[in-house]
Design a protein. Sequence first.
Length: 359
Amino acid sequence: MRASLKDLENAVNQVKLLKKDPGNEVKLKLYALYKQATEGPCNMPKPGVFDLINKAKWEAWNALGSLPEETARQNYVDLVSSLSSSSESSSQVKPGADKEHAGYGTLVVTSEDGITKIMLNRPTRKNAISTQMYQEIILALKAASQDDSAITVLTGNGDFYCSGNDLTNVTDTPLGGIEEKAKNSTNLLRDFVASFIDFPKPLIAVVNGPAVGIAVTLLGLFDIVYASDRATFHTPFSHLGLSPEGCSSYTFPKIMGPTKATEMLTFGKKLTAREACAQGLVTEVFPDATFQKEVWTRLTAYAKLPSNVLRISKQVIRNREKEKLHSVNVEESSIIQGRFLSEESMNAVMNFLSKRAKL
Ligand SMILES: CCCC/C=C/CC(=O)SCCNC(=O)CCNC(=O)[C@H](O)C(C)(C)COP(=O)(O)OP(=O)(O)OC[C@H]1O[C@@H](n2cnc3c(N)ncnc32)[C@H](O)[C@@H]1OP(=O)(O)O
């Protein structure tokens, strides 16, 4: 039986529920099949050469030629069905599933032995931070700040800690266009960073693998940073036409001195875990083979200390910097808003999306 309009509608809803991001190529295919199924052959003028995202969409749709609408509908439904079954059968590690907090799509949040663990859970995208993940981290930090755990840990699932901002975040441009997108992204970035500045209890980063971009800059706002010796620390802002964020323009020079900070933030020098430790960004490095065991043993012992005094000590150490950090965050966010709209930044993102560039 051929797929009906109702089947198409159901498949569109199913796409929103996929547990795994299907990747840009599949998303383009879905876009093209949907347009073909609902509007017939491509009827849009070809976008200009710099409008790379719309050009990619146009090309995908146009490539379907005169494929009949019913066939496109069927192909769309079949493609979604294959994505749904592979997403259901994918077995991601979900430690502590019995203590898991429900309601997160991009994170696994667990509380056990006085520790709330927020684990970035997009391992097939190297834990890149999607818009949804930014929002969920804000919510998870808010919940953790009010729960009865003594400490909170941020870590990554899979071989990466986090590959930074998800570069496909720019592709869902709202009706207000790219300016509105830049404004929304900047507001989200500002609120996201603010939730780290304001976090009231000890916040520990368990850096299980490479860290990129905003995942690195934020480390200056953590109270302890433990790293596997496999981890690397890379802030390729200039390569991406972007400026420093996460309060790093203030915290990095304080932590490592202005010249080392410049090598990282301006020139994109990638540090090994041992180099990052020597520069004070990382607290301690562990061999990867024993990383999880050693770190969790230590954290479990720390979490047994009286939780009120842990909060108070953190606040004594950090509070006098808070106002300054908020003003740095506002300033950095406003500068990066302009960078998002720059040709340098747009070209870098497009090069990544069209697979011409990788770090
Ligand atoms: C809204 C606030 C904005 C705040 C601004 C923040 C600034 C930053 O965070 S800048 C840093 C941005 N991040 C990057 O530039 C990293 C881009 N990724 C890479 O260069 C590479 O993927 C990697 C070096 C991280 C890993 O390379 P590797 O060969 O090991 O793996 P891949 O095959 O490339 O990755 C698997 C899969 O994941 C996708 N992916 C990885 N990182 C990102 C990302 N940051 N955004 C979007 N997608 C990412 C990658 O494309 C692969 O996808 P496919 O399987 O579909 O090819």
